[in-house]
Design a protein around this ligand. Structure first.
Ligand code: AR6
Length: 169
């Protein structure tokens, strides 16, 4: 597997699957989630509503992942995952690692070969970027998957630099 870093907007990535840093409602939000629904169009939300009416009546649990169409995006699928909210008093890193692992598992089910990830939980959910990058890279490196191309898409140069240091370290 090749791991690459890209600075930019994840919605513009020409990959098989884009991972969304969603929340358990699957009904959209800000950050990556807002950008994906805005650029991908209403088809994504429509599929999310169907998931909420069937397999995920209680919402998508933290650490799990589920796929929908990518609507008007260049990708074929969006894989929605729910990162943990950062906590100083409780170690939730296993849940964050699970987001990456489960997203790759869903990608394998779809036979996706290229996947773009955002830095899950490092925005609204408050996870420190350096630790988020460590967990992301370690988990993807050790994952048992047929995905060949994993891209971490970082929004700004600071996040990109943090991931670069972790990837080469
Ligand atoms: N492309 C790539 N990275 C982005 C983009 C983008 N278009 N937009 C933001 N980032 P966040 P979370 C970066 O807040 O912390 C939503 O409301 C951002 O700088 O999107 O997992 C959901 O509905 C940060 O480094 O996700 C949930 O309620 C990283 O992506 C909640 O936010 C993740 O930031 C999830 O919070």
């Amino acid at each position: 597997m090749e791991i690459t870093l890209v600075q930019g907007d994840i919605t513009e990535q020409p990959v098989d699957a884009i991972v969304n840093a969603a929340n358990s409602s699957l009904m959209g939000g800000g950050g990556v989630d807002g950008a994906i629904h805005r650029r991908g169009g209403p088809e994504i939300l429509e599929e999310c509503r169907k998931l909420r009416a069937s397999a995920y009546r209680e919402g998508l649990p933290t650490g799990q992942a589920v796929a929908t169409t990518a609507g008007r995006l260049a990708a074929r699928w969006v894989i929605h995952t729910v990162g943990p909210v950062y906590s100083k008093s409780e170690d939730r890193s296993a849940l964050l690692a699970s987001c990456y692992r489960e997203s790759l598992r869903v990608a394998d089910e779809l036979e996706a070969r290229s996947v773009a990830f955002p830095a899950i939980s490092t925005g609204v959910y408050g996870w420190p970027m350096d630790d988020g990058a460590r967990i992301a890279i370690e988990t993807v490196r050790h994952a048992d998957t047929s995905v060949e191309d994993v891209r971490f898409v970082l929004f700004d140069s600071a996040a990109h630099a943090v991931f670069e240091a972790r990837l080469s370290g």
